[in-house]
Design a protein around this ligand. Structure first.
Ligand code: HEM
Length: 208
């Protein structure tokens, strides 16, 4: 009973934390508190929220182990779905609001800004992950479900490259506003290393 209540509270907290940036964005938009280019700021903010939630989704498992709180694991799907929702909002603002679905101009942007391809690739991975995140698909896909959902790491790496390309500067040459994308990259690399180390330890234990 106590556990159910704690789980419920935690779940509400996750919803509140994930919804807050959207509320703030809507509030700033309605009150004209965004920059002189509100659409651009909304695209940038929704993108940053999406990548932050993506990293938090990846961090749930290691944190649940370090803190010995297995109930945290139940929140992974919620965070993952919010990640997808913000990525969808981000892409929709760009395609629908900024370019008003003008395909020719959108394709021109893609030709001029190769980092957009990383964004689309990350989104293309997040979409099936969101759709199959429900119990029905877990049961239907069996072992393949885990294999499919490991792709979240690929999506995170692509999102980091997308972020690195979107900011002013040279991501690889460490010039310009690249500190934040690099920090996200570092976080993803550490989480990936933790995952690899855990898988290796499991295999060694199974062999011995
Ligand atoms: C169809 C897929 C996507 C499209 C078309 C797209 C489009 C864009 C565009 C046009 C920008 C540049 C905004 C500007 O500076 O004017 C941008 C930046 C960004 N996007 Fe995406 N994106 C996509 C997917 C994603 C995904 C999946 C993520 C993260 C999970 C993401 C995260 C970001 C971030 C963090 C930025 C940089 C924001 C900043 O400058 O502070 N994007 N995206």
């Amino acid at each position: 009973m106590l556990k159910t209540r704690a789980l419920l509270k935690l779940s509400w907290l996750i919803h509140a934390v994930a919804l807050l940036p959207a509320m703030l964005l809507i509030g700033d938009w309605l009150n004209d508190r965004l920059s002189v280019n509100p659409i651009q700021e909304a695209i940038q903010r929704s993108g940053r929220i999406a990548i932050t939630l993506l990293v938090l989704t990846l961090a749930v498992r290691p944190f649940s182990q370090w803190l010995r709180l297995p109930m945290l694991l139940a929140q992974r799907r919620t965070l993952g779905l919010y990640t997808f929702a913000y990525a969808l909002l981000h892409a929709s603002l760009f395609i629908g609001l900024d370019y008003r679905f003008a395909l020719v101009f959108i394709l021109q942007e893609f030709a001029e800004k190769p980092y957009l391809w990383f964004g689309v690739s990350a989104f293309t991975i997040l979409l099936p992950l969101a759709v199959t995140s429900f119990r029905y698909w877990m049961r239907t896909l069996g072992k393949n479900w885990k294999r499919l959902h490991r792709l979240i790491y690929v999506a995170a790496l692509l999102a980091v490259l997308h972020y690195g390309g979107a900011v002013k500067g040279d991501f690889l040459a460490l010039r310009g506003e690249v500190l934040r994308p690099w920090l996200y990259g570092l976080a993803v690399a550490l989480l990936l290393a933790w995952r690899g180390w855990r898988a290796l330890r499991k295999r060694l234990e199974a062999d011995s």
